[in-house]
Design a protein around this ligand. Structure first.
Ligand code: WQD
Length: 322
């Protein structure tokens, strides 16, 4: 299948590109390279484009027609929760404006298959150990709001033209499939702890008084290779899917606490120093763990890599690739 991937030069996008290329699919990337890098996707054409710029729709239509695109994977978005709180209007302009341009171009170019990168952030304050797709969606930050509004926009587009769409709600993505594709931004727990250890600073645990087994927050970590594989499975399902929009959680159904993760990182890094127990970070739900039953039963996908593989692959990548 000939696939266009927006944000394909990013950490998750580049893993999807790698798996598609390995199975012989044609891929073209649209990316503004604000956070992505060409070095992750050396053998794939990259059209540098700001999806919110004037003329972006026409540029997208041209790329879709020139490459005879059959499907779009839309990953391009701003994803920093703290930044979204400071700049909500910009986040809506970027994330919803970018998606709107992609959908308008698909309608004009007659491209009828879409994967939309959504997030567990749509669940916001909803907590629990088996959060299903039918759980309440109550985002607690503008980033999560843009992902939920994005899903609504995809549903409206599927009612407006011949579109088969799947939204994938990522839980906590971690690990690396290939060192050169690793996540460069220290925006989440595992890379943030790595960064502190590299700087000779002790790991920090934000909050130890949560109503969980060990008092620290619990999250559902899923290996980036499994996330990428889920995209290929979902893409292949679009052919048989009726016109419309399906939504799936991308998680493992297993929760791991911050303390367990930090201990695992210390083991892998050979660190035996102190760990700082700090006050809670505002806005953190105690436990966010997916029910991945729906995608498992409908598409046969499940996460195959465990948490140690995620930590070890990320640590090894950090200390091997230039
Ligand atoms: C996990 C836990 C922290 C750093 C994010 C975003 C969203 C989504 C999923 C894409 C929290 C704690 C962290 C540290 C710590 N991704 N922590 N010490 O907040 O669950 O979700 O990723 O859509 O982008 O919402 O992930 O990794 O930031 O935090 O104790 O040095 O680790 O307080 O409890 P989060 P996170």
């Amino acid at each position: 299948m000939r696939t266009l991937i927006t944000g394909g030069a990013g950490y998750i996008g580049a893993h999807i590109v790698r798996l598609l290329r390995e199975r012989g699919d044609d891929v073209v990337i649209v990316d503004d390279l604000a956070t992505g890098s060409r070095s992750r996707v050396a053998d794939v054409p990259v059209h540098v484009l700001d999806l919110t710029a004037d003329g972006a729709v026409d540029s997208l239509v041209t790329v879709m027609r020139e490459h005879r695109v059959e499907a779009v994977v839309h990953l391009a978005a701003r994803k920093r929760v703290d930044e979204s709180v400071r700049r909500p209007a910009w986040y809506f302009a970027q994330n919803i404006g970018g998606l709107a341009a992609v959908l308008e171009a698909m309608q004009q170019a007659g491209v009828g298959k879409l994967l939309f990168s959504s997030s567990a952030a749509v669940y916001g304050a909803t907590e629990g150990d088996a959060i299903g797709e039918d759980s309440e969606t109550s985002p607690i930050n503008p980033y999560g709001e843009t992902k939920l509004v994005g899903e609504h926009l995809v549903t409206a587009a599927a009612a407006a033209f011949e579109l088969r769409a799947v939204s994938l709600r990522y839980f906590n993505v971690a690990g690396t499939g290939w060192p050169e594709l690793r996540d460069h931004a220290a925006l989440n727990l595992i890379p943030m702890v790595f960064e502190r250890l590299e700087a000779g600073l002790p790991p920090q645990i934000f909050g130890t008084d949560y109503p969980t087994t060990d008092g620290t927050c619990v999250r559902d970590y899923v290996h980036v290779l499994d996330v990428a594989d889920a995209h290929l499975v979902a893409l292949d399902s679009l052919g048989a899917q009726e016109r419309g929009h399906e939504i799936y959680n991308i998680g493992t159904g297993h929760g791991t606490s911050v303390r367990e993760i930090v201990q695992l990182i210390c083991d892998v890094a050979g660190y035996s120093g102190p760990v700082l127990e700090c006050p809670r970070r505002e806005g953190d739900p105690a436990s966010v763990v997916a029910s991945a039953q729906l995608i498992g039963s409908r598409l046969g996908w499940h996460g195959r890599h465990d948490i140690r593989e995620m930590v070890e692959s990320a640590w090894n990548a950090q200390h091997s690739a230039p």
